[in-house]
Design a protein around this ligand. Sequence first.
Ligand SMILES: Nc1ncnc2c1ncn2[C@@H]1O[C@H](COP(=O)(O)OP(=O)(O)OP(=O)(O)O)[C@@H](O)[C@H]1O
Ligand SMILES: [Mg+2]
Length: 833
Amino acid sequence: MYYKIIPFTKRVYLLFEGKYCFDANAFHKMGCRGHKEHKKLCKGDQPIRGSEMKAVLNKKTQNKIPDNLPVIPTMDVVVFPQMIVPLLVLDKRIIKGINDALEGSKMVLLLAAKKQVNQHDSIGTKDLYHVGTVASIMRLIKIPDGGIKILVQGVCKANALSLSTNQETLSATVEPVEYEHDSKDETEILAQIKNIKDLAEKIAHSGQSFSPDFHLILSKMNDPDKIADFVLSHLNLTVEQAQELLEQKNQKDLLNQLYTHLHKEIEVTQMQEKIRNNARDSMNKSQKEYYLREQMRAIKQELGENEEEEIGKLREKLELLQISDETKEEVRRQVNRLENTAPESMEAMVIRNYLDWIFALPWGKETQDNLDIKHAQQILDEDHHGLKDIKERILDFISVRNLKPDSFAPILCFVGPPGTGKTSLGKSIARSLGRSHFRISLGGVRDEAEIRGHRRTYVGAMPGRFIQGIRKAGTANPIIIIDELDKIGADFRGDPSAAMLEVLDPQQNKTFYDNYLGVPFDLSKSIFIATANSLDTISAPLRDRMEIIQLSGYTMNEKLHIAKKHLIQRAIDGAGLDEKGLKLADAVIETVVSNYTRESGVRQLERLIHKLCAKSARSIVEKKKPAKFTTDNLESYLGPKILRDEDIEKKDQVGITNGLAWTAYGGEMLKIEAVLVPGQGKLILTGQLGDVMKESAQAAMSYARAHAKEFNINQKVFSKNDLHIHVPAGAVPKDGPSAGITILTSILSVLTGKPISARYAMTGELNLRGHVMPIGGVKEKVLAAKRNKIEHVLLPEKNKQDLKDSAEIIEGINIIWVKKAEDVLHHVLSGAL
Ligand SMILES: Nc1ncnc2c1ncn2[C@@H]1O[C@H](COP(=O)(O)OP(=O)(O)OP(=O)(O)O)[C@@H](O)[C@H]1O
Ligand SMILES: [Mg+2]
């Protein structure tokens, strides 16, 4: 017997002459020709005609079911009512039963076999379940070898009351089984039917287990019994599960069980779908990558960018590089690594990037210096007015180079107030020597890696600024301008100024090691020029490596010159004007300087000249003629003056002395105020004074008390009053000892009630013996006094040296050299002594 169940499952059930097996191959192994037959049978399958199906369905056959029916055992399948199944029968005993049935009612009883029956045993009554399905035979086809193929359709469930078997027949007495209906459950059943339909539809839509017309048939069915049987026949159930459902008599329970099974089925389907999708996704991704790679390879081949060719070229290039053997070995190692890594991998990109840097650096590529002194002088003068010392120093260096070309290049550090030409001088030196140059601004640099680079293991690693600059400059001996050296910072990322020690040490920078390059680079051929506003924040070891050159602020005269010779021309060019576009008389420039700038350098002045150029350009565009600037009309172009004459205190006052201070931004004039307030002889100091300044105030106070008699001061004043000293602007921190004589003057002025001459300004440290000690920043202080229209400046005699060559600075102001406190008081506190 051979059962083939279509279209619901693809499984094949075989029963051959009382022996059982489960697929066509096993059937074949049993040594019978049946395998071929099975194939033939499959071909021989004919579709059931619609009219045939209807005839069976419309038959009210239940009433006519005979009491005794031949039995057809089914293996591994339970046939439900409504189900149409083709069966192949080869067992003679069963064939006889079928033939008997065909003569009468055309009905048989299909009973499922309980478990796998041993191949050699003939099937017996014990092996069969006792609840099965009565089926009507729809069609019979005889096949060669005496077997038959029948098409049966389940009609109703039936109990096999007694099974009998002998050599000739296998039959049973049957009793049809009807579902137990309870009218109470009707609504529940209806709801459950709806649920089942929904679920079954879902499964059908997933397109997995069921045939395409399953959903169509189901949607037209209404009878709960038929729906249950129909859906059941489509489920993937084991024989035991199917048999249990077949034996279920209560309709409600059956529907509930069916619902649970469907639910399981849908979960399985969903899981299957998910697994399939995942597999498909990963397949798609790798397929896509593969496809793109192939495309890229093809494109590269078209472009002639062959991988091997690239490596070959790199090796050739490497041999031509002027680098040491160790460096060459390291680079060679990287090229080998590149060869062994997948071309499109991240690692290959990192290596390529690295090699890119190595090949882009100007190893051993040096420019020839222009050592013509006259030419150098001409260029330096062309770019900058004044700055004699620095220019001399450069010319000296060029002379040494003339005699000894590989002489050691000095590391110069220009220190001075802003806008005095430090940075632009560096560029000018590069121009005069004919070297390339680059500028590194260290202002705010806190990370050591900025100097020495990141190790290549970091993502986005880069070489440090020096190596980057060298690459940009394109030569191994550029001029490196290290700007704002005093503003370098330090934090948890390391101390960049410590890294600078290596850069600026001629012994070490020959083999400067950048973490990214991983090989040394010779920086010793470069000329380093550092700039700073103040030396205070530069560490001593760093200072020690450099030759410090001080630049002081410019006098009015110098500013006038710079403006006329350099700034105006540059501004005219920048604004697209011609010579006639901007004409500024000396008096106008002077007015701009004195009324609109407050600086040591010329940066603000340069900006204002640019502004005037823009005004003139506008006038040319609008009125077709350049603007005319006079001392009187400047205000209409540049706005109100920032420094008015009224602002400068001209009145002599008690307790207020003009002091002179030095800052990184040039000199400043500070007024030191003192008042007496009732109290117990305390000294009150305000205005954000630093420790050194506080101490010099105390020293001045002690001096005043010690010499009270000489100034006719009553000692009682000290015990009944507090002395308050204040230095505006209160929010700006101040420090240093150079205000000693200024504080003393203010103190003595309040104690004696004598006013201080406002035409005087002073600076000088005071010791307890009344000696005036030297101070720093003399030039800046004198310039500040001039800016504030002071007539006389008191300076410590020991500073005389500082102004020796500064005739221009002291021009137009009276310098009074003082040795002792009395000298100071003699000048400013007339009548006090
Ligand atoms: N002596 C000079 N002759 C001609 N131009 C000058 C002179 N001094 C400064 N300048 C000009 O002033 C401008 C500012 O100069 P620069 O930028 O070099 O100042 P700096 O000293 O580097 O200031 P900072 O300390 O703020 O960096 C530049 O345009 C420069 O050409
Ligand atoms: Mg600068």
